[in-house]
Design a protein around this ligand. Structure first.
Ligand code: THU
Length: 162
């Protein structure tokens, strides 16, 4: 018998409908696209995370002439967070992008590698955080946890105990 998963998510028509804190987070992700280094794709991605201490951190994709070495915006901002050496935990992440000649309704959803990285940070802090994914027209989708985007995840719980 085949089983089916259901993924809970909340769409929004424009981020201006969100809470003031979430609006600020999406605006920070949009602002972070300025930090993008994307000479190869022209796809400028920004990510922002909020913390329990009220911080908002910003990061953007950093491309490389050896394309596969590119670092996505999500992993950039998670590295910035890790560098804070803080007890503050992440409460939410927002993702946005700008590019020429794209469908303004096309949602930016984190790539598979970033999903795995986001999961690691969520597991480290032992508390889920929301993810707000947006399209250039301001619409988007919210999920309550990276687990919604990464079913049957590899968590490391399977690894032998040292
Ligand atoms: N990119 C991100 O920064 N985040 C994503 O979730 C998807 C892709 C970047 C990587 C590369 O610089 C460009 O977008 C095109 O793939």
């Amino acid at each position: 018998m085949t089983s089916h998963l259901q993924i809970p998510y909340t769409p929004f028509g424009h981020y201006s409908e969100l809470s003031p804190d979430d609006q600020a987070l999406v605006l920070a992700a949009l602002n972070a696209t300025r930090l993008s280094y994307a000479p190869y794709s022209g796809f400028r991605v920004g990510a922002a995370v909020s913390t329990t201490g009220g911080r908002i951190l910003e990061g953007a994709n950093q491309e490389n002439a050896s394309f596969s070495l590119t670092i996505c915006a999500e992993r950039t901002v998670l590295g910035i967070y890790a560098s804070l050496d803080t007890d503050e935990t992440i409460t939410a992440m927002a993702i946005a992008y700008t590019a020429d000649q794209v469908d303004p309704k096309a949602l930016l959803s984190p790539c598979g590698a970033c999903r795995q990285h986001i999961l690691e940070y969520q597991n480290r802090q032992e508390a889920p955080f929301r993810i707000l994914m947006t399209a250039p027209d301001g619409s988007g989708i919210e999920v309550a946890s990276i687990r919604e985007l990464l079913p049957f995840a590899f968590t490391g719980a399977e690894l032998p105990k040292p």
